[in-house]
Design a protein around this ligand. Structure first.
Ligand code: AMP
Length: 545
């Protein structure tokens, strides 16, 4: 090999905050806090606090490779942990607070979290977990409440610390360490459709390359001109990587805390003059409803990234035609860091009239450099890019996982990862999701397992068989409908069955309605025929929608 003479420096997450602090010191990070008021500071102050927190972590006994969990909304302290935890060599585990108690205890145990940082909001959840599932949480040595002394709660939790007190004790005299760029930087668990959630472990290298790859003009097109309202939660795939890509591009970051309603979101978009925002369709449903009802406008926003589930046509039209905001439809998943494809129109499509463009706008888009996709049939033969042939969507690249934490590799010998989605790809390379291999219900960006609900329902003594399918919902995209067959000669009210389910799942997973039927359709092998069920209930609407 004729070896190059270029420098080889490891790609480190800490280098992002060092860069923002040094070159964009006055750019602001604005947060709506759980305590109430809006908080603002600059990358310069953020950088100093991150170094202090890195020192505090080491005093808590956190060393390289240790896992640190967070239970938090989008806010500046959460952002600081993205850098102080990973930057010091530990691994950030962002816990989805919407997980059901057993699942949450499972992920904390599975990840091996040594310290948990929590927002005030989630203290009762942690207390409940420790009381009822304490044996799963026995690796936790410290709990840090992400607040100041004045707002510290009364709690029976042991080894409780105050975030701001930890910082006050530190000088900030700290040099970020350099280590192998392939070291783990963060873990995010997928909301499992069957069985337990699975952990995806990102590296410093994959995170930096994803942040660079997603920032480009054919990606999110980030620049120092952007003020970004980051609605997508920091506990969902690192807020789609923008927690890193934002500071990397000198963008102003606006973090909405727990307030996700249309009015609160609009208030931040307006006051902080946000040019860009990112979220799942449910959030934008709430925003556009608020805009219509209040007559408010979006004068500063020029683009909106929507993903997590398919973007309805009416939403694209509303943003683009009523408010002059370009919609960037995006697809990705926890396993792909998450950005896989983004929708931008090629020049020849831009020349078409708006109605003709809509066919392409509805698609999930084209890949960016750094990730590759293909569609294959059941025998793994690649399918043509004709916009008609559909098959299993597979991905590979610098920011695609090769295995779940603690499991065997989940890629084939050429590195292809099966996404579980079914898609077409057209001649211009636009991918479109046509189906899901599993029958999950996507509610407001969260997954609900149909199988789990079915299993619970059949546990009721008066139920013989049950099926759960997704029904379109105007606010949540999809909600579960429970279709059940009762024991002959028994009487069961809908509410009795729903109460029974409600005792066993998180509130947002409870089906919106029950339909009793005489029998359920089955396929040749005796399996439930959900395709037929969907067909049977295609005109069904939930009461009041
Ligand atoms: P998660 O890992 O929770 O982010 O979920 C990833 C899954 O969400 C993908 O595999 C798709 O099934 C679905 N998904 C993400 N983005 C889109 C989109 N734009 N359109 C349709 N489905 C999507």
């Amino acid at each position: 090999m004729f070896t190059s003479l270029m420098q080889q420096r490891p790609l480190m997450i800490s280098s992002i905050i060092e860069f923002a602090e040094r070159w964009y010191p006055d750019v602001e990070v604005v947060s709506r806090t759980t305590e109430g008021p809006i908080h603002r500071y600059t990358y310069k102050e953020m950088g100093q606090r991150c170094r202090k927190m890195a020192l505090a972590l080491s005093k808590l006994g956190v060393s390289q490779g240790d896992r640190v969990g967070t239970l938090a909304w989008n806010g500046y302290r959460h952002l600081e942990l993205y850098y102080s935890v990973s930057g010091s060599g530990a691994v950030l585990h962002t816990i989805n607070p919407r997980l059901f108690a057993e699942q949450m205890a499972y992920v904390i145990d599975h990840a091996g979290d040594k310290v948990i940082f929590t927002d005030l909001t989630f203290i009762p959840i942690l207390e409940n977990l420790l009381e009822n599932l304490g044996e799963k949480l026995n690796k936790i040595e410290h709990i840090v409440v992400m607040t100041d002394r004045d707002n510290m709660p009364q709690s029976k939790l042991d080894n409780l610390h105050c975030y701001e007190d930890l910082l006050i004790a530190e000088s900030g005299d700290y040099q970020w360490p350099e280590f192998d760029e392939n070291a783990a930087s963060s873990i995010c668990y997928t909301s499992g459709t069957t069985g337990n959630p699975k952990g995806v472990v990102y590296s410093h290298r994959s995170t930096l390359i994803h942040a660079m790859g997603s920032s480009v003009p054919n990606g999110l097109g980030l620049s120092g001109n952007d003020s970004i309202l980051l609605v997508v939660p920091q506990f969902h795939v690192n807020a789609w990587g923008v927690s890193y890509a934002g500071p990397m591009n000198g963008c102003k970051l606006v973090l909405p805390g727990p307030a996700m309603d249309g009015k609160s979101i609009h208030e931040l978009l307006d006051l902080e003059q946000c040019s860009l925002s990112l979220a799942v369709p449910t959030i934008w449903m709430m925003l556009t409803a608020y805009l219509k009802e209040s007559g408010a406008q979006l004068p500063h926003m020029n683009r909106v990234v929507i993903g997590g589930s398919a973007v309805p046509e009416a939403m694209i039209r509303s943003f683009e035609q009523d408010y002059d905001v370009q919609v960037i439809h995006a697809w990705g998943m926890t396993e792909t860091s998450p950005l896989g494809t983004l929708n931008f129109l090629l020049p020849h499509l831009q020349e078409l009239d708006y109605e003709a463009q809509m066919e392409t706008k509805l698609k999930q888009g084209k890949t960016v450099f750094g990730i590759d996709i293909r569609i294959v049939d059941d025998k793994n033969n690649t399918l043509p890019h004709d916009g008609v042939a559909f098959g299993k969507l597979q991905a590979r690249g610098h920011w695609v996982t090769s295995a779940y934490y603690g499991e065997e590799p989940c890629i084939d010998s050429d590195g292809w990862f099966d996404t579980g989605d079914v898609a077409t790809i057209d001649k211009d390379g636009y991918m479109m999701i046509t189906d899901r291999t599993k029958d999950v219900i996507k509610s407001g960006g969260e997954w609900i397992s149909s199988i789990e609900l079915e299993n619970i329902a059949v546990g009721h003594p008066n139920i013989v068989e049950a099926a759960v399918i997704a029904i379109a919902h105007p606010k949540w995209d999809e909600r579960p409908l429970l279709i059940a067959v009762t024991q002959p000669d028994t009487k069961l009210e809908k509410v009795e069955l729903l109460d029974y389910v409600a005792e066993r799942v998180a509130k947002w997973q409870i089906p919106d309605d029950v339909q009793f039927v005489d029998e359920l359709p089955h396929g040749a092998t005796g399996k439930l025929n959900k395709l037929k069920l969907r067909e049977d209930f295609k005109d069904y609407k939930f009461p009041g929608t």
